[in-house]
Every structure is written in structure tokens, then in C-alpha cells.
Design a protein around this ligand. Sequence first.
Ligand SMILES: Cc1ncc(COP(=O)(O)O)c(C=O)c1O
Length: 412
Amino acid sequence: MIDHLWLPYTQMKSQKSFVHVEEAYGTTIVLKDGSTLIDGIASWWTACHGYRHEKIEERVIAQIKKMPHMMLGGIVHDPALILSKKLTGLLDPPLEHVFFSESGSVSVEIAMKMAIQYFQNYKQPDKKKFISFYNGYHGDTFAAMSVCDPNEGMHARFNDSLIKQYVLNIPSSDSEFNDLENFIKNVTDHTAAIIIEPILQAAGGMKLHDADTLERIVRLAKKHNLIVIFDEIATGFGRTGKLFAYQHTNIVPDIITLSKALTGGTLPLAATVASKKIYESFLTEDYEDAFMHGPTYCGNPLACSAALASIELFEEQPRLEQAKEIESFCKASLSHLLNYSIVKEIRCMGAMAAIELSRPTDLIQLRAYFVGEGVWIRPLNSVIYIMPSLNIDKSSLEKLIKAIEKTIQKIN
Ligand SMILES: Cc1ncc(COP(=O)(O)O)c(C=O)c1O
């Protein structure tokens, strides 16, 4: 049966067995054979309210009966209008203008194009490169790959085909901040923007940096005429304990990208939200100055309806408190794992807990161990992590943590 299906990030020759899912509800995945798994990663961090929340389900069903899709070129519809207003209300000014697409990577491409064209609009066409950071991950399309960590194995073979960007270490000392400022001064005449996953660099290994570090980077970028893009595709919608990770700081980016939990894991949707300053630079008498991007399914009404229902759940339910409870629980119940020699570091923030191992392990074997323990956890290189739904119940969370400890015992 698998003969014709080509899976992402999968060596189809050597991987012979696959977990075959029949359905999912809450934080439970039901397999074909009737057995169940507790989901520790909420389908790549999307299903923030668990699977099939009835509020989202009802809205999507109501919308499908009215209008499953409508192109957004020259036509508008309520789901996109209402969602754009809602999103800008959740974000801080001056993030006021929402451009929809259907995947995180594409929303990053859009942010990059907006930054380049912003400077073209002000007759600075040379400003077109980007500064990004090691351990960063921004997607698998070409421009998005160009700002990912080039040492991260999965894109390495494409490095020669990518536009060369400036990938730097996140600074931590005063002297490193001085170096960063000098670097920015030297490249600002041909650089458009910096792009960073604020507070939590997720797919690159669940690395954390603090709010002060982020604020200092942003101040330097703004001082030297760079656009600031925050990629909150992983961190947005409560993952770090604030609705958006930048809200741990006192700064607001010029452009933010959102996806993943935007629809509560129901349908594909992404948003690139730009500040008034960026948007207004496109407003001229010339059609050619319009933003030339338009994914066929952008602003899909079903996906927008799912997103609106998901946002209402954030308003009605204590999701941010739940994320903080997950953080406290994980901190308390994981710290003793440092006694195992294979455990190098433990990092917890909001509804994310990561155990960094001192050496890489066989990821396929690890996944099999986890399935044997009745949980779905998919480590990243040498990092075992969980990013469950924010409303996961305590006993399911305990089961995830127990499964992690048992697996670490096996490989220690
Ligand atoms: C921070 C970040 N940016 C971009 C992406 C790419 O999103 P997508 O897989 O929807 O293209 C991801 C996906 O994991 C991500 O975590």
C-alpha cells in the first residue's frame, strides 16, 4: 500500500514500517489495529486544542455548506475579512495588514519579498540580503532554506543552489553584541532584514534565548535600517506561554509570520502580517508596485473559519495558563533525568519540553520505543521533545514523561 506514497523526511528504502492512523481525537491517535497513542507533538505543533475540537468542527462544517473556497484576487469574503481584523487585534500595533497563504514556508517567502520590495519602493534596490541565525529553521522552500542554519543536515545538499545570506550566532556577551553591530553596519547597504524565531528556535533543536537578547538584536537592526521579521510559525498561539513569543519583550517586529496552530491544526493556513509602514510603502499610482504574490488557496474560507474558532477558544479557555502549567509540570518531573549520563541539558518553556542528549541516536529506533510505550514522540537529531496540545490532561502528560524516561533508560 505504501508503494505509491512518498513521505516527508523519510528514507523510503530503509524504513519499512509505518504507524498507520485511523482517526484522532483530543490528544489521542487511534491506529488501524485499534490501539492508541498519546500525541506528544500535536501533529507538528498544530493541534493546540487537541484534535477535532467540536467548536472548530462545527464552524468548518457550516462554512463548507456555504462556500468551501473562493479566490481572493479582487474578491473578498467575511471569513478572510473578519480573521484579518481579529489577528491584527491580537497582535500589537503597528502590525496591521494581513497577507494570507497556505503554508509556513510560503509565509516566510512572502515576508522576504515584502522586505526586499519595501526598500525598492524607497529606491534602495540593493538592500536584498538577509541576516538569520544558527539553529534557525524557516521552512523548506528555496528562500526559506537560504535563511535556515546551513549546518543543519537536511538542506545541506542544496547550499550551492541557494542565495547566500548572512547566518550568524545569536550573541550573548557585550563583545558579541559589538561584533553584531559592526557586522550590521558593514552590510546594511545591501541587506534588507533580519529574520529570527523569537525566544524559541524550534526545529533547529528547541534552543531558547532570553527576551533581553532578542530586544538587543532588534534594537541594533532597527538602528541600522533593517526590517525585523519574526517567524512565529512555531511559537505563535501560546506555545511559549504568551500568545505570541515576542510578547515576552517590549518590542514589536515589522513583519510576523504565523501558521501551524493558527487553525488549531485543522486546515492549512498561514499569515504574513506587516506593519503599517511596510504596507504603505506599496501604495502608489503604479500597478507594478502592488505586491505580486497570490497563492491560489490564500485566505481559504474553510481555513479562515477554523482559525476564527481556534482564536475564540484562546479567548474562552485558559490556554496560556495551561501552557504555563505544562512548563511547571515538565520542569519538576524532568529535572532528575540529568542523572542519566546521556542527558546533556533540559529546556522547558510554556508547552515545550526538550531533553538534549549528549550524542545523536537512531531516530527510527527511538520512535519505535516510544510507540511501544503508547506515545507519539518524534525526536529531532539529538533532542527528544514534547509540544503537546495546550489542553492535554495531566495523566496523558505523565504518560509522555514516563515514556521519555523509560526510553532514556534504554539508550543510556
Ligand atoms: C519556525 C518555522 N518556520 C517555518 C516553518 C515551515 O512551515 P511549513 O512546514 O508549514 O512550510 C516551520 C515548520 O516547522 C517552522 O517551525
